[in-house]
Design a binder for this molecule. Structure first.
Ligand code: BTN
Length: 321
C-alpha cells in the first residue's frame, strides 16, 4: 500500500469516532484535500467503510476482514518480525513465495495470503487453505547450524500455542509440531530452509491456522481430526489482531532463542505438550514405535519408553493409544 494511504488510515484509526476533516488530513500529510479524497476512495475500494459529512469530515466506520499489511502493521510494535510484509489475495504457497524472496529479504519478512492454491504440508501433503484461514511464512536468518533448524519449528509451535491461548482456547502441541485444541489439529507448521552443510542461508517457517474456517471446507479425510478457531469460539475471530499477536509472540520467542538459548523454549514446549506422558504409536517408514512418550530431545526427537528400552524418534506419524 502507498504510504500516504496508510498514513490516512492511521490518522482515521487514531481519531476513533471523532470526525477528521479533509483539510486537517491534508495538512498533516502535506497533500491537497482532493488527494485526501482520492485516497479515501481507494480505501473504500479495499473494503473500508468511511463515513463522511461535508461539515465535519471523515470517520472510519469499519475495516474489512482482510489481512492487509495496513491492518497488521498499524499498531504492530515488533522490531524484526513483520517489519516487512508481502500480502497476496491468492498465492500458490506462501512458503514457495518466501523461498523465492529468501536471500534478498530482510530477516523477519512475512508473506501472507488470504488463500493458497497449492498450500503444502509436511511430507509433501497438500494443505487445504481456504479463505478465512491464516496462511503465512516468516523468513529468518538465525545464524545457527542446519542441524539445529528443527528448534525453530518447536519455537514456532510454542509461539502459536501461546497466541491461541491468549485468544481464549486451550491449545497444546502434539508432537511433532501440530497445535491442537481438544486433540484436534488447528495449526500446522512447515519449516524449510536454504542451507549448506554448515551454514543456513535462510529459514522459512510456514504457519497454517484454521482461523475462520469451517471444518466442512477441509478435505473429508481430515475433518474428524481437525478444528478451527471460529468453531471453538462459536464466532469468527479478528484475524488481523490474531496475526499481530502471533508476530509479537514469534518475535519474543525468537529473541529468547537468540539471547538465552534453546533450553527455556524446550521447557515451554514440554509444558505445552499434549503428547508427553501419553501412550503412543509412532509410525515411521521403517517401523512402528510403541510405548510411553516421556520427553523430547533438543533436536525435537520424541523419547519413547518402549518394551525394548528408550528410543528416540525424529519423525513419524504419532497416534495416541
Ligand atoms: C503440516 O502440518 O503438514 C504443515 C502445514 C503447513 C501449512 C502452512 S500454510 C502457510 C505455509 N505455506 C504452505 O504452503 N505451507 C505452510
Amino acid at each position: 500500500m502507498v504510504d500516504r494511504k496508510m498514513d490516512i488510515l492511521r490518522a482515521l484509526k487514531g481519531a476513533g469516532k471523532e470526525p477528521i476533516s479533509g483539510e486537517e488530513l491534508g495538512e498533516k500529510l502535506g497533500i491537497s484535500r482532493t488527494m485526501v479524497w482520492k485516497y479515501i476512495k481507494t480505501l473504500e475500494e479495499d473494503g473500508y467503510v468511511i463515513g463522511s459529512s461535508p461539515g465535519s469530515g471523515y470517520v472510519l466506520v469499519s475495516v474489512p476482514d482482510k489481512l492487509y499489511p495496513s491492518e497488521i502493521s498499524i499498531g504492530l510494535d515488533t522490531d524484526i518480525i513483520g517489519k516487512e510484509l508481502h500480502y497476496f489475495e491468492t498465492v500458490d504457497s506462501t512458503n514457495d513465495m518466501a523461498k523465492k524472496m529468501g536471500f534478498k529479504a530482510e530477516e523477519g519478512t512475512v508473506v501472507i495470503a488470504e488463500m493458497q492454491e497449492s498450500g503444502r504440508g509436511r511430507k509433501g501433503d497438500r494443505w487445504a487453505s481456504p479463505k478465512g484461514g491464516i496462511w503465512l511464512s516468516v523468513i529468518l536468518k538465525p545464524g545457527i547450524l542446519p542441524v539445529h533448524a528443527p528448534r525453530l519449528t518447536l519455537m514456532a509451535g510454542v509461539a502459536v500455542a501461546r497466541t491461541i491461548r491468549q485468544f481464549g482456547a486451550d491449545a497444546s502441541i502434539k508432537w511433532p509440531n501440530d497445535v491442537v485444541i481438544d486433540g484436534k489439529k488447528v495449526c500446522g507448521i512447515l519449516t524449510e530452509m536454504d542451507a549448506e552443510v554448515d551454514h543456513i542461508g535462510f529459514v522459512v517457517i510456514g504457519i497454517g491456522i484454521n482461523a475462520n474456517v469451517s471444518v466442512d471446507e477441509l478435505p473429508e479425510e481430515l475433518r474428524e481430526g481437525s478444528t478451527s478457531l471460529s468453531s471453538i469460539n462459536g464466532e469468527n475471530i479478528n484475524r488481523a489482531a490474531f496475526v499481530q499477536a502471533l508476530l509479537r509472540s514469534l518475535e519474543a520467542e525468537y529473541l529468547r532463542f537468540k539471547v538465552e538459548g534453546f533450553s527455556k523454549i524446550l521447557e515451554d514446549w514440554i509444558s505445552l505438550s499434549d503428547t508427553i506422558g501419553r501412550q503412543v504409536e509412532v509410525i515411521t517408514p521403517q517401523k512402528i514405535i510403541a510405548g510411553k512418550a516421556t520427553g523430547i530431545t533438543a533436536e525435537g526427537a520424541l523419547i519413547v519408553e518402549t518394551a525394548e528400552g528408550m528410543q528416540e524418534v525424529m519423525a513419524g506419524r504419532c497416534i495416541y493409544k
